[in-house]
Ligand binder design. Structure first.
Ligand code: UGA
Length: 442
């Protein structure tokens, strides 16, 4: 079988994209330089926790439309190549590391045949600083007939399959949106079922497409930090931030999503993309315009410190005190612990000398890597046993549904910090708990 599509880089984004494209009926080959990842996916094992992905993967493999490789030579026959490589934060803390992307593009260019007549399309999906598409296009267009588009991905972890197959919109970046471009029809043919289902696609210049993605994530981070800044004001004045957020969100112009106050945002995207956007703005001489993003980052950081201060207010000295942290993943329905607020707070409590236990329904492996096995406990009941303070930092359903009376039987002392504002403080107080929340005065 000659694949029609290749997906280079089958991490989170790439693997979901590859399986989704097979689901749309295309013949797809996914490539990664990590042989273990390739072997796992080829054997139908998902290397991450994502609702709906396992079925999609197995269906793709069983249909014969989906396979995986480590060898770039296997990609040569495909007509469309998606780039799903990661763009991690650079070691200096600012800016995106584009080395994986550049290496992959060079390796791809080396195997692509020069074609007469039929074009080969390369489609970037990674989150990149503005200007990257034009740079990569130069490398690729040295091979006759090879053209680049930028088609940023907006999927959320936990909803990755749904977001890929029913996106809010498709963004196509091309070098010159003022002229008719065959690339648009080629990508339309790949996404035909989505377009037929009514998904809007927007064609724009490379730079605009790159900026849509980074500004979307910066906006989401700003919205979260906005409500978290208001929650500092609430704590100082006795207001309840959940009341404020609920009423604010009913204004259509504001909207209720991403107004959940708490310990703030984490994950592999929002924190790093915000810093990369700032670094890129500075490189382009407009650092001042986006300087407020530094404050967005600082508000987010302060919420983590605030949990530690609250713990001190409740326990006095932290050294030797038994604290249970509920949650390790950066958000529920994910096993991802990259820049996880929960693990960061757990590490800070440990540094302060507390005897910390962390639990999570899915992210125990990640928690163990970060904190060591002696700090990680499987199962909520076991983790709560003997706690003098419980700190809820990832709002898994299981934690939201905890019964205050039953939970108080398990702990040493009924003290709770609700770092996500998901528990009803009255219910918990009535059951004898001392409960504090981020954004609600005691
Ligand atoms: C984010 C974006 O939402 C996606 O659109 C984007 O495609 C993705 O990054 C990416 O660039 O790949 P994701 O990192 O999966 O997706 O997670 P989000 O659902 O955005 O949550 C990010 C963080 O914000 C989590 O730690 C979450 O707990 C926190 N959050 C979210 C809040 O603290 N309050 C809220 O109201 C919402």
């Amino acid at each position: 079988m000659t694949p029609k599509i290749s997906v280079i880089g089958i991490g989170y984004l790439g693997a979901v994209h590859a399986a989704s494209m097979a689901e749309l009926g295309h013949d797809v080959i996914g490539l990664d330089v990590d042989p273990e990842r390739v072997a796992a996916l080829q054997a139908g094992r998902a290397p991450f926790h994502e609702p709906g992905f396992d079925e999609l993967l197995r269906r793709g493999l069983a249909s014969g439309r989906l396979r995986f490789t480590t060898d770039y030579a296997d990609l040569a026959g495909a007509e469309v190549h998606f780039l799903g490589l990661g763009t991690p934060q650079r070691a200096d803390g600012m800016g995106a590391d584009l080395s994986h992307l550049r290496t992959a593009v060079a390796a791809l260019a080396a195997v692509l045949p020069a074609r007469d007549g039929a074009d080969t399309l390369v489609v970037g999906k990674s989150t990149v600083p503005v200007g990257t598409s034009r740079e990569l296009a130069e490398t690729l267009e040295q091979v006759a007939g090879v053209r680049l588009m930028w088609n940023p991905e907006f999927l959320r972890e936990g909803f990755a399959v749904q977001d890929t197959l029913t996106p809010d919109r498709l963004v196509y970046g091309i070098p010159d949106p003022g002229v008719r471009d065959q690339r648009v029809e080629m990508l339309d043919a790949i996404y035909a079922p989505l377009l037929e289902a009514g998904v809007t696609r927007l064609v724009m210049g490379y730079e605009a497409a790159e900026l849509v993605k980074v500004s979307a994530n910066a906006f989401l981070a700003t919205k979260i930090s906005f409500i978290n800044a208001v929650s500092e004001m609430c704590e100082a004045t006795g207001a309840d931030v959940t009341d404020v957020a609920r009423a604010l969100g009913m204004d259509d112009r504001i909207g209720s999503k991403f107004l959940r106050a708490g310990v703030g945002y984490g994950g592999g995207c929002l924190p790093k993309d915000l810093r990369a956007f700032l670094a890129s703005a500075e490189e382009h001489g407009v650092g001042e315009a986006l300087g407020f993003l530094r404050e967005v980052d600082a508000v987010n950081e302060r919420r983590r410190t605030r949990v530690v201060t609250l713990a001190e207010e409740m326990l006095g000295e932290l050294a030797g005190r038994r604290i249970t942290v509920l949650g390790a993943a950066f958000k529920p329905d994910s096993d991802d612990v990259r820049d996880s607020p929960a693990l960061d707070v757990a590490a800070r409590l440990l540094e302060a000398g507390a005897d910390v236990r962390v639990t999570d329904p899915e992210a125990l492996a990640g928690a163990t890597r970060r904190l060591g096995p002696e700090r990680v406990v499987a199962g909520t009941t076991a983790a709560l046993h003997g706690a003098e303070l419980v700190v809820l930092l990832t709002e898994w359903r299981e934690y939201r549904d905890l019964d205050p009376a039953a939970t108080s039987e398990l702990v040493e002392a009924p003290r709770m910090i609700d770092g996500r504002n998901v528990l009803d403080p009255r219910d918990w107080a009535e059951a004898g708990w001392e409960i504090r929340s981020l954004g609600r005065a005691p």
